[in-house]
Write a protein that binds this ligand. Structure first.
Ligand SMILES: [Zn+2]
Length: 164
């Protein structure tokens, strides 16, 4: 079944995120992410690994952010996820599928995510087919220039280029 941009969110694609290895610039993977769960429940499973150069990082070894300090001076720390940007939400590494278009940046967490965006751009009707729009769905988040039909051909060509 084709996933519709109106029923899925960016977050649905975080279990396997293709990123640029910060050491060797090859395509690498951030795995273990779980959509719609508190990071504390699965942080042991999240890791970065690059097959090309062997670099790996476990998420639980990364530093926690200081959230606040209470009146008794006790510091509260946690790990914070940064969703909906062109980097993985755990380590902040740049996503592999990131394209500078003349309108702005188009990005995806992985090839399936890119496919949903591509299908969305390519569909001539953009109809919701009676589907209820999910809050924060990909379709509701994409910028207007992605939705503009006169940019369709240009954007689809660019996507073809980075899919290889
Ligand atoms: Zn590498």
């Amino acid at each position: 079944m084709n996933q519709s941009a109106y029923t899925v969110r960016n977050e649905d694609f975080i279990s396997e995120i293709q990123v640029v290895c910060p050491k060797c610039k090859s395509r690498a993977l951030v795995s273990g992410g779980q959509p719609y769960k508190n990071i504390n429940e699965y942080e042991l499973d999240v890791q970065f690994s690059c097959i090309a150069c062997g670099y790996t990082v476990k998420y639980f070894n990364t530093p926690k952010f200081s959230l606040y300090t209470n009146s008794k001076g006790k510091e509260y720390k946690s790990r914070v996820m940064f969703l909906n940007g062109p980097y993985d939400p755990y380590f902040g590494f740049e996503v592999w599928y990131s394209i500078d278009t003349k309108f702005g940046l188009l990005w995806a967490y992985n090839s399936k995510h890119l496919e949903v965006i591509e299908n969305y751009i390519g569909s001539t009707l953009r109809s919701r087919n009676g589907l209820e729009i999910q809050n924060n769905s990909i379709g509701s988040r994409l910028p207007q220039w992605v939705k503009d039909s006169k940019n369709r051909e240009y954007l689809l060509k660019i996507i073809q280029r980075i899919k290889i």
